[in-house]
Design a protein around this ligand. Structure first.
Ligand code: ASP
Ligand code: MG
Length: 405
């Protein structure tokens, strides 16, 4: 019986060794037996990508990005072939294909390429031949036939983009946790798995530091309304459905608490209070390819003001260099960098209909003696910058304050 098309993606930890690859093969074969057509996207085995990066650094500290993509794409090529072999062993027909072979065409931004088009003819043909199609995740090809990769965690994007192109019935993302949780269970043991979450909430969670799926893949899923099921490859339990709208019996004010310890705060002191200076400063910073996250500027009483902003820690040194340069030009004072910070956030569509959420958040932090250094809000999230050492405590405090425990 024909059952429809399923796209499944297995992350690195789900194919980390021989036994796990065999388990994935069994799961895939099980779906096949039930009559599904299958397109299976795989990540590289375990920590392969990190290992390849480390290896390249020993050869050349500043490698060409094109060659980096040639190197990193091999990780997924290997795992796709190994999975096909494991499926053959179980007596099923399967074929592995690279991103280039399935026609994933990208732009030329090596190591973080964007998909511009997918011609899935080859996949459709192989499906018609009755094959299980295994696709090497995280990669594509430029119109000039150069291999590209889609940014870290990019196999998620491959899976979502293929699900959209092939109009799949489900897109399952298999990982090493049971789904998306109300908080990181390693920090808050009382965290609960969410049965469903909206694209918007997931986007906030992903960008705020919940390492479940690549943000870009959620953006694409939202844009094309691709429903995703995130679940564990180690058991059969249902995971979390990520979709446009969720109907919950009871509306919780917030859906989750996240912690991000990967930011640094940069402060420019004594910026003259004149129109156009903020524009100049952030133009310089963004011109260096740096993504600024939160920004805070105080009111000035002295015709001078401090401006603080946060960036990813990996970009902090560069951000300081650029900021110092522009500070000097505009007659501002010292530039300070603080890496001893954490960003604590609450996320939830329920916020839109519940007043006083921010006050409750600040109250919970105050009760634990946690000082707030910066605040930013969106429609469905509130974030505070606090001292790093209070991060875990803040997660637990907010988790219980909002009744998630
Ligand atoms: N192997 C790549 C990475 O580790 C892509 C992926 O896992 O999705 O970033
Ligand atoms: Mg990986």
């Amino acid at each position: 019986m024909k059952r429809g098309l399923v796209v499944q993606k297995f992350g690195g930890s789900s194919v980390a060794n021989v036994q796990r690859i065999q388990n994935v093969a069994k799961r895939v074969a099980g779906y096949r037996k039930k009559g599904y057509d299958l397109v299976v996207v795989v990540s590289a085995l375990g920590d392969t990508t990190d290992e390849l990066i480390a290896l390249s650094e020993r050869i050349n500290k500043n490698p060409s990005e094109r060659e980096m993509d040639m190197l990193l794409s091999t990780g997924e090529q290997a795992s796709s072939a190994l999975l096909a072999m494991a499926i053959h062993k179980l007596g099923y027909d399967a074929i592995s294909l690279t991103g280039a072979q399935v026609g994933i065409i990208t732009d030329m931004q090596h190591t973080k390429a964007k998909i511009v088009n997918i011609s899935a003819d080859k996949i459709k043909e192989e499906l018609k031949n009755g094959k299980i199609v295994i696709v090497a995740g995280f990669q594509g090809m430029t119109p000039n036939h150069d291999i590209t990769t889609l940014g870290r965690g990019g196999s998620d994007l491959t899976a979502v983009a293929l699900a959209k192109t092939l109009n799949a019935d489900i897109c399952e993302i298999y990982t090493d946790v049971n789904g998306v949780y109300t908080a990181d269970p390693r920090i808050e043991p009382k965290a609960k798995k969410l049965s469903s979450i909206t694209f918007d909430e997931m986007l906030e969670m992903a960008s705020l530091g919940a390492q479940v799926m690549q943000s870009r893949s959620i953006e694409v899923a939202k844009k094309f309304n691709v429903t995703i099921h995130v679940r564990s490859s180690f058991n059969k339990k249902p995971g979390t459905i990520i979709c446009k709208e969720v109907k919950r019996m009871e509306e919780f004010v917030i859906s989750g608490v996240t912690l991000n310890k990967n930011e640094a705060k940069i402060t420019i002191c004594n910026v003259p209070d004149k129109p156009g200076l903020a524009a100049k400063i952030f133009k310089e910073v963004s011109g260096g390819g740096i993504n600024v996250d939160m920004i805070v500027q105080n009111v000035s009483h002295t015709r001078q003001t401090d401006i603080s902003f946060t960036v990813n820690r990996s970009q902090a040194v560069k951000a300081v260099r650029l900021t110092k340069k522009i500070a000097q030009k505009v007659g501002a004072g010292l530039v300070l960098k603080d890496e001893d910070i954490a960003r604590i956030s609450i996320v939830g569509v329920g916020m839109k209909s519940h007043p006083g959420v921010a006050a409750r958040m600040f109250e919970a932090l105050a009760k634990h003696g946690i000082n707030i250094e910066m605040i930013s809000t969106s429609d469905i999230s509130i974030s505070c910058i606090i001292k790093k050492r209070f991060g875990e405590k803040a997660v637990r405090a907010l988790h219980s304050k909002f009744g998630l425990s």
